[in-house]
Design a protein around this ligand. Sequence first.
Ligand code: CMC
Length: 426
Amino acid sequence: MSGTKATLTINDKSIDLPVSSGSLGPDVIDVKDVLAQGYFTYDPGFMATAACESKITFIDGDKGILLHRGYPIDQLATGSDYLETCYLLLNGELPSPQQKKDFVDLVTQHTMVHEQLTFFYRGFRRDAHPMAIMCGVVGALSAFYHDNLDINNPEHRRIAAIRLIAKIPTIAAMSYKYSVGQPFAYPDNKLGYAENFLKMMFAVPAADYEVNPVLAKAMDRIFILHADHEQNASTSTVRLTGSTGANPYACIAAGIAALWGPAHGGANEAVLKMLDEIGSVENLDKFLAKAKDKNDSFKLMGFGHRVYKNFDPRAKVMKQTCDEVLAALGINDPQLELAMKLEEAARNDPYFVERKLYPNVDFYSGIILKAIGIPTSMFTVIFAVARTVGWISHWLEMHDAPYKIGRPRQLYTGYTQRDFVPEDKR
Ligand code: CMC
């Protein structure tokens, strides 16, 4: 449809705006020319704004479709593994067996962190939230890996990407170990990515630790399902930060900060806190009423999504994994039962049905993580571990083409110009 134009008429003035088509998804109206005519466009929350061109991930929220480099998420979650998905996101194609082996070997070589970094942790209070530690420590990586900070050098960009993907589970597990007062566990390069993470989380020097393969598979699937999600708030933050020329570690630290909020990655932790607050099945009706009350700030955490207005395709696979994990572990936890009852009640409630508020990926991931034994405060950290590849893939894509500094405009509604009043006249 190239050559199509949209015409914007303001009073008696018309502006022709070019319309571009992608390979999938709605056409986009290129609004750059409105600036020359003395206008800005206004779209709070970027509900209808395409801020960049990308080939990495496609979402059709109405149809519940999520594709990474063209491959449906459910096929990747059931047929691939996390590091293969990372290769796909970074490089655009699935690896050959040799490419996969080389990539896994490369990531594995970089799992350790600089020993000096371990001292950095001691600056945090023991009771610090692990996400607070993550923001600080990941940002600090730029102080440890000076040899790859030239963002104009493609080789530096590549090695920073590999380092981030390789080290983030180590840094995440260290954040947990620090908070519980246990010694840090070094990575074990004989193990796969998810297994290694579980071992670094739960092994102690005083005892042997065997990774349960059911839990390792579930962990790997959680990583795949959170690996990327198009131009979400944290990825857009990484792109915006990257557009200033900031180094990759600073950009990923910015992404981690954006992810922390309860409307985004913090939702998986918020789900469990909400279940705590609800307490028991008898209170369900009361809390459903609160969630529907416009004068009450309470929301059902783990329900609803900015883009998915049908169902979250990640949630479908996550629910299946959730059932498998709970069955394999023979778990009989009243809080998990409460979660299942809440899901059932919300799915049959006209308020949630009419507004297309379905359980999202974080509703089930929180439940699985709890069953695996991961403490609630680590839930969003795990999301950050998984999403690092998505962030860095978008950062690389941005740097592989010319880009401009991200600089939104505003609708100013403050005072017009007025004269300064000296202190004695106020
Ligand atoms: N509980 C109760 N009501 C809700 C909820 C909820 N979780 N989510 C949306 N609504 C209502 C909202 O009040 C509004 O009602 P009305 O039309 O009567 O004013 C309607 O549904 C539309 O909601 P919205 O706020 O316009 O939707 P949004 O696209 O701006 O927000 C959201 C999406 C994810 C921020 C929101 O649904 C939410 O806060 N959910 C809970 C937090 C959550 O689970 N977040 C994780 C998202 S998945 C992980 C990720 O990708 O980051």
